[in-house]
Design a protein around this ligand. Sequence first.
Ligand SMILES: [Zn+2]
Ligand SMILES: [Zn+2]
Length: 230
Amino acid sequence: MANSCKDRESAEGEIVSELHPAFAEFDPENTEIYLDGYNVVVETNGLPNHKTVYWGLGHELYQAEPNVQLTPSIIPNFNGAATLRVAANPEIASSTTSTSLGAIGIAISGAYIFNDQEGNGPLGQAASSLDYTGGHIGPGQYHYHLEPKAWTNDDENLVGIMADGFFLYGRKCHATGDHPTDLDESGGHSTFTQHSPDIEYHYHIENELYLNQYYLLFAGRYQGTPSRIN
Ligand SMILES: [Zn+2]
Ligand SMILES: [Zn+2]
């Protein structure tokens, strides 16, 4: 980064001149990502770039999943586009913030990250409607509640970006090649990653079983300052 880029600082952080290397993992067909002053802007069409039963019969990415108790919705019937505008250099906030229903992050596939709630209750009863990659739809956007096995399964792969600007990785950390043991209550810690030689804060999917068989994507509170995804 050129020194001139460090001349102006604010509570939001610094103006950055280059996109964080992690953004190269996002599907360029489904997302458009660019810098705007202190912020990074992530625009997505909200569509997952992988197979799921929720594409509906006849779609090229449809696959049968007989064990899934389908919600009444299919992906092509919805316009799930949304935008996240958040600090390009996010910082830990002085207090944490609870997540809400709806999108709390954007996955590299183009679809959305949700928390551990469904409607106004715990995920449990809705878990039977989740596809092989922890996703489902209804009534709005296709979204994941669980470790998205379409592209990460007990590894260090990037999952996506949370609404507070921090990245979410799989159950293992690049810094050790293993499950981190120093995570905070949000599943976060500060180490280097495969996308950053500098130590930076990031989240992980926590390596703790939920209902004896699932790994929740993100069940904690934001450690940064979240922006809306809409
Ligand atoms: Zn859901
Ligand atoms: Zn880590």
